[in-house]
Design a protein around this ligand. Sequence first.
Ligand SMILES: Nc1ncnc2c1ncn2[C@@H]1O[C@H](COP(=O)(O)OP(=O)(O)OP(=O)(O)O)[C@@H](O)[C@H]1O
Length: 360
Amino acid sequence: MNWDDAEAAGTDTDPAGRLVGADADGEDSAVEAALRPKDLAEFVGQPKVREQLDLMLRAARARGAAADHVLLSGAPGLGKTTLSMIIAAEMGAPIRITSGPAIQHAGDLASILSSLQEGEVLFLDEIHRMSRPAEEMLYMAMEDFRVDVIVGKGPGATAIPLELPPFTLVGATTRAGLLPPPLRDRFGFTAHMEFYEPGELEQVVHRSARLLDVTTDRDGAVEIAGRSRGTPRIANRLLRRVRDYAQVRADGRITREIAARALEVYEVDQRGLDRLDRAVLSALLKLFGGGPVGLSTLAVAVGEERETVEEVAEPFLVREGLLARTPRGRVATPAAWAHLGLAAPQNAPGATGQTGLFEA
Ligand SMILES: Nc1ncnc2c1ncn2[C@@H]1O[C@H](COP(=O)(O)OP(=O)(O)OP(=O)(O)O)[C@@H](O)[C@H]1O
């Protein structure tokens, strides 16, 4: 598993209710629809993806043809579902939404494909989790707009070809590396969604605040954006919690001070680390002098499962440059000491003469 995959996989297992988890929770699903940008112009950030998609969609529209199949990869909460809806809206086409885990049999896919209208967008979330037979059926559907429906079983089984109307498949995955090359190659356009810059998240916060009818000044938005781990879904969720605080404990307006106080209550620090992230870092620094220490030992020290530390806390700590996974164990970087306000001892990893540790 490479680091990107680890980050993506990690967020799949976010404990329910984790304020800084990137997966959608029940409350998110309810409000996300209202906060989703409706067209490319409203979609914040990802300038390259936007420009490339814009060109592709304009050209398809001019030709009066269905757009090419699109593969969107990237961590949860970065806007893959939103973009798929925008693609449909820009093409003036209806959209059908399903996911890999929902398609366990080729027959499930055949019934969806055979009911598509001409030009319809089929959004297939978590496409890497589709069953093998369904995946193979999809190859032909994507390339030739045709599927073979197998009728009967054993030696008497026959394949009945079924023509499909031209459609656009938008596949989304957190794990592009897991897609078999024949599937990946059938997408005419592939986009990797990056984490958002603080300035972009600030725009997301302003936009959502407007839609939620809450007033935030510039510094308030900056404060929320800085704690949102590069992810619009988290920015929107933190905004909602700060709004609650502003309504109950202040006059309803969001300023830097209100945002900081609110997120202190919810234990999300200036860099977006929550209680679990800080517990891992704190154990690594205070109990093990910054490491190296084995994952199992670290997990016991924080009273969590090994998988929770590895898949939920570590990916973000690695991305932030606070923790490194080395062949000899987990190691805190000099930035970790600084973040927790501790002085690194002379012999801490990263101090003079110890740098080799960080080469994994
Ligand atoms: N570029 C953006 N501009 C403004 N809001 C955004 C942007 N990207 C995502 N959002 C908001 O973040 C929320 C999550 O986005 P979305 O559901 O599209 O993410 P996703 O990548 O599909 O996540 P998952 O992989 O969990 O399905 C939505 O409410 C959406 O409004």
